[in-house]
Design a protein around this ligand. Structure first.
Ligand code: 5RP
Length: 220
């Protein structure tokens, strides 16, 4: 019998623990990241603490007795561990299903190695089947929605407020052929905080949970 999606998520979260040596760890958001946080709790004496990509991640880290640092007080983060909604063989990711995309992208940008932990349902040939989240300043919501429609998408307002006090437009109907280009293009729209394409800074290591075990992919 195959493993459940939760078992696959736990498997990759445990595999990511092998990369944790010392210092301060960047920690993502979502159900897969939660398995990682729980595993990190078991080895918390090895590390100094963590930088969190959301309030919910910070709360969970603290519940395990892991110190959470403000990113501005930290110089170097060796590894950032996070899930994704979709990832390709080029390590381009679509993220933000949990709404934490902006803080995730900021912590990832400050980290040397991005380790993506996913179950195999997230591994796709082309990004875009999962609606692309775009974080937007509330006053710009209608304008940005019209601009996203011009790019061929169908934006839908999510009933959600981000940790930064903004709204999210989930863009349906995109087939993303050039994720690096589209990431830049959407970020140029006035009022956009950031979008859920993580292509300019892709993952460096992918730990993919499959029923045959964890597969490891690396990109330099
Ligand atoms: C949150 C994210 C998550 O990494 C993404 O949504 C995957 O979540 P899960 O591990 O629960 O499937 O980008 O903003």
């Amino acid at each position: 019998m195959g493993l459940t999606q939760d078992q696959l998520k736990k498997q990759v979260a445990d595999a990511a623990i092998e990369y944790v040596k010392s210092g301060i760890i960047g920690v993502g958001t979502g159900s897969t990241a939660n398995f990682f946080i729980d595993a990190l709790g078991e080895i918390k004496n090895k590390i100094e603490g963590a930088v969190a990509s959301s309030k919910s991640t910070a709360d969970r880290l603290e519940a395990h007795g892991i110190e959470v640092f403000d990113l501005n007080s930290v110089n170097n983060i060796d590894i950032y561990v996070d899930g994704a909604d979709e990832i390709t063989e080029h390590m381009h990711m679509l993220k933000g299903g949990g709404g934490a995309l902006t803080r995730e992208k900021i912590v990832a940008a400050n980290s040397k190695t991005f380790i993506c932990i996913c179950d195999e349902t997230k591994y796709v040939p082309t990004l875009g089947k999962f609606p692309l989240p775009v974080e937007v300043l509330p006053m710009a919501r209608s304008y940005v929605a019209r601009e996203l429609t011009k790019l061929g998408g169908q934006p839908q307002l999510r009933d959600f407020t981000t940790d930064n006090g903004n709204v999210i437009l989930d863009v349906h109907g995109l087939t993303i052929k050039d994720p690096i280009e589209l990431e830049a293009q959407i970020n140029q729209i006035v009022g956009v905080v950031t979008n859920g394409l993580f292509a300019k800074r892709p993952a460096n290591i992918l730990l993919l949970g499959t029923s045959d075990g964890v597969k490891t992919y690396a990109k330099n």
